[in-house]
Write a protein that binds this ligand. Sequence first.
Ligand code: ADP
Length: 458
Amino acid sequence: MKPISLRARLALWMVLVEALLLVVFTAVTIIILQNLQNQQIEETLRLSASELNAVVDVRDGNYAVAASETAAVRTRGIMAWVLSPDGTVVLTIGNAENYPLPADLPLPGQLNNGTLPDGESVRYFVTPLTEGSRQLGTLTLALPLGGSQIFTRQILLGLLIAIPIVLLLSVLGGVFLAGRALKPVSAITRTAQAISAEDLSHRIEMALPEDEIGRLAQTFNAMLERLDHAFERERQLTSDVSHELRTPLGMLKTQLSLARSRPREAAVLLEMMDGMEGDVDRMTRLVEQMLTLARVEQRGLAQFAPVDCALLLQEVVADFHAAAQGRGVALRLTLPLQVEFVLMADAARLRQVFFNLIENGIKYSLEGGAVEVTAVRQWQQLSISVANEGAGIPPEQIPHLFERFYRVDDARARATGGFGLGLAITKAIVEAHGGEIAVESGTGEGATFTATFLAMTE
Ligand code: ADP
């Protein structure tokens, strides 16, 4: 069986609930109507009975009434039998002359329903015929129900005609409304169908309502946007890595061809091999950095343990001592005394953060300049900054600095041996430790990189 669409189901439920409401409404209407009619019938019967009681004249055992005095009662459709105390019909009023005294009568003072011999439904009322305190006989009244039954039937008929029309209209309205409400869902389906891994540019292009389904569509669009970015990033990465590998591979190939082109002396061959090794080293470095980045981004860190950052900084600064001296750069570390700098961290990765920042500081420093490494603790916040003097970074480049393969001055940076992955790795590690990294710089003003972490609470 074909499953019913959500739209049809919504409309169907609406109609079902409406039909149920209409049935209840009809039943209540009919009950109220019948109650009102019964009350009216009872009032008419009681009123007519008391009127007849007043006008029936009993003299020496003869019962009489003037036709003019029963006119009002007869116009109401009432018929009446007047019985003498021994139970014989002594007088009839209205249509009662055509019928014998009915058998299915209620007790005096009460009403009940009955049928005349010709099948007509009537309501009876029996009451004593009195004069003062004397009982002169019995009054039996009957009011045919034909008129009121027709009225009820017509109302019922009207409702039976109106209900299907209302239901039909609500089916149409329901299908229309459900269709309108679910339109963004169809748009989502179409968009999702149009999407392939190669083309994530599709979006739900319609004015979205501010409701649950509208928000679903907006969320879907936002998700596509993120996926599109992620795919774009991966594509860019593949192209960047290929690009970085192409140059050393090309050079390796050229040197190999050159080495094999004619017989050469061992010393020359060794020199050529040194060059080739340099290219292999460069490729190895690239692959290692890519692997590190991938691991850190996938939270592939070692178990966190308390790490004394002051000690770690002292070690890294000491490691760079010779390199700084070689470039004529003064490398200084400022650590406030007696301040705890303990972080929960992966020590090897944290060392890499300090290593990258100090290495860049020296690399991009002016010859004869200074690199200041400072650690500051404010409450639980621990900031480590590396400041260097030098060309600095133009403001428009700053937002891209931490992107993979981003180099400010491509040619110069390539010459210094970097791939533009160091800061991307640094940022990924800092963030994996719940920290943040920021840079302050301007053209010609040098640069200050600051990594901020939450220190361990004792
Ligand atoms: P690289 O391995 O090329 O140094 P990084 O990711 O470490 O890559 O740095 C990206 C770019 O940011 C560098 O190419 C350089 O242009 C710029 N940069 C990084 N640190 C500094 C600094 N201290 N001063 C000026 N520029 C810097």
